[in-house]
Design a protein around this ligand. Sequence first.
Ligand code: DLZ
Length: 162
Amino acid sequence: MSTTNLSEYDPSKVPDASGMRFGIVVSDWNSEITYRLLEGCLNTLLKHGTSREDILIRHVPGSFELTLGAQLLAENEDVDAIICLGCIIQGETPHFTYICQSVSMGITELNIDYNIPFIFGVLTTNNFEQARERAGGKYGNKGDEAAITAIKMSAYKRDIES
Ligand code: DLZ
């Protein structure tokens, strides 16, 4: 729902994230937005117990590159989950549709192909204002939401495999 605050959650329902190791791949396109997503994501992981040295941050030029950026991280680092952060804003040309389709399918396929969760922390908005509202604005921060999802899915995986 468009009015959902992406940062609202019950902290008591979030597993302890100490000892978990995360990768964050952040797109530098629309960095005024994506760096706020990164800040929210990082703070939320730390708040739930992850150590700073257990969080790897990598930058890619745009959201289209998130898929390969995340795949390379998965192949070269031992992490519980990888969070992909980006912001795709509708323009006058069909680029929005192509990039959204590519990154959503790419991240879906990574989830299927690799044995770890890849989290879709990508804003897909009609304009800059909608993005701002979801990157620390009136609808919270999608970076927070992505971090919580990463913790929950990592705990889910650890639980099933134990
Ligand atoms: C080219 C492009 C455009 C027009 N818009 C966006 C956008 O809104 N958000 C985003 O993350 N990236 C955008 N890009 C860049 C592409 O993701 C990609 O980096 C380039 O097409 C090079 O592969």
